[in-house]
Unconditional design. Structure first.
Length: 193
């Protein structure tokens, strides 16, 4: 818990509720139910910041289970080819603190926060995470060459994001529309100069 949290809990009279949350909702590892939840997700929101505290948030998505839990305190996710900016991984190089948010929008409308320390793992170093050659081969087969590298996260905090403000959404197949070419061009927001 940060000093800022403590100050605001005192100021707004929420210390009792916050203490109950810390004591009853927050743990420093992934329990079996959390592992199952992660394995079923096909998207993840991440937040990082550089050494100066400048923040970046991003989305990672893949097939359900693209985020792999290695043990109670470690998970990894693949880094796929993107725009080449490397904002999230660049931040991780400067500041390992990372926040992960998994949300189930379609069934239970619940979320899982994970905060921890991240580091980048190249394919040839996956064995340093305790993975066997067979596990590494299986992961690479599943990824079909899409994973360029991996980010490993050491779990420091894991806790619920309650369903109160999570919208109900419905999965559907991709929709083709006249704007699709613009969406794929990278200039949906008309920024090109």
């Amino acid at each position: 818990m940060s000093q800022g949290e403590k100050e605001l809990q005192e100021k707004y009279g929420t210390k009792r509720r916050a203490d109950a949350f810390y004591n009853n909702q927050m743990i420093d590892f992934l329990n079996p139910r959390m592992k199952e939840f992660i394995a079923a997700r096909d998207l993840l929101f991440i937040s990082t910041s550089d050494a100066a505290g400048n923040c970046d948030s991003s989305l990672r998505a893949g097939q359900p289970g693209f985020v792999r839990v290695l043990d109670d305190r470690t998970l990894i996710y693949p880094e796929y080819r993107g725009n080449g900016v490397m904002a999230s991984m660049g931040n991780i190089l400067e500041n390992p603190h990372i926040g992960l948010m998994f949300i189930d929008f379609t069934e239970d409308q619940i979320g899982l926060h994970i905060n921890g320390a991240a580091h980048i793992v190249e394919h040839d170093a996956l064995h340093t995470l305790g993975l066997t050659e067979e596990n590494i081969r299986l992961m690479q087969d599943i990824e079909q060459g899409r994973a360029e590298r991996w980010v490993a996260v050491d779990v420091h905090e894991a806790y619920i994001h309650c369903s109160k403000h999570i919208p109900v959404m419905k999965k559907q197949a991709g929709i083709s529309d006249p704007e699709s070419r613009k969406k794929n061009s990278g200039d949906y927001f008309d920024v090109k100069k």
